[in-house]
Design a binder for this molecule. Structure first.
Ligand code: 13P
Length: 252
């Protein structure tokens, strides 16, 4: 059975008091009503230590990680540092990192590897931009991103990776991929993994969908057979929407 996951990506939002409030609301909610899916929160680096100190059972991820182990990399945060403050994992290769920080597939692959080497679970993001979708190259793009970043991993390592397919044209735009579009590309990604690593591993890896998921459209998307949950941006920033998404997925 694959892990079913609802993961939030807060991006660059919330002050410390706001972050503490939402983390407490999420923790209280899942303790009062244990979900039938895993819940992850991807939060700014600066809040991770306090999040884990106050909510040790919450799965807390960073939104990025350095590709380097340590040294003269001003402003970067290493896997070892994240592990030392009890982070559980890291979102890696988000399209906003690819777009605004020009991260390459090779760098993203190095980040995935260093996360795994330090016992952190990577959520590896892939997905095409609008022009690539319009010109019918979305599969080719997702294939390259996935192969370059992940296919150097051992079978044991890749089994620990969570994949998030996030079509860039659907992020923060209110436009979602249709459930059929999501299913098509999730099945395609799973097929790539099966070709490289075999069916058993491909069937065990969770592939999340991200891009304008909200309570009104989640049920249809989460119901697709190759969609194993969501990586949620805007709707992860308030307890009503986030808890509704957890409930919706728990009932599928
Ligand atoms: P939205 O849900 O705000 O579209 O963001 C999706 C996303 O980028 C999650 O990583």
């Amino acid at each position: 059975m694959r892990r079913k996951i609802v993961a939030g990506n807060w991006k660059m939002n919330k002050t410390l008091p706001e972050a503490k409030l939402l983390l407490t609301e999420i923790d209280t909610y899942i303790q009062s009503k244990p979900p039938k899916c895993e819940v992850i929160v991807g939060i700014p680096f600066v809040y991770i230590e306090s999040a884990k100190a106050n909510h040790k059972d919450l799965n807390v991820f960073s939104e990025d990680i350095s590709e380097h182990r340590s040294g003269a990399y001003t402003g970067e945060v290493s896997a070892e540092m994240l592990k030392s403050i009890h982070a559980d994992g890291a979102i890696i290769g988000h399209s906003e990192r690819r777009q605004y920080h020009k991260e390459t597939d090779e760098q993203i692959g190095a980040k995935v590897k260093i996360a795994l080497d330090n016992g952190l679970t990577p959520i590896f993001c892939n997905g095409e931009v609008l022009e690539e979708r319009k010109s019918g190259r979305h599969k080719e793009v997702v294939k390259r991103q996935t192969e370059v970043a992940l296919f150097g991993l051992s079978p044991e390592d890749i089994s620990k990776v969570i994949i998030a397919y996030e079509p860039v044209w659907a992020i923060g735009t209110g436009e979602t991929a249709t459930p059929e579009q999501a299913q098509e590309i999730h099945a395609y990604i799973r097929g790539l993994i099966a070709t490289q690593y075999g069916n058993e591993i491909a069937d065990s890896i969770s592939i999340l969908y991200g891009g304008s998921v909200k309570p009104s459209n989640a049920k249809e998307i989460f119901s697709k057979p190759d969609v194993d949950g969501g990586l949620i941006g805007g709707a992860a920033l308030n307890i009503n929407d986030f808890s509704a998404l957890i409930d919706i997925y728990s009932e599928i």
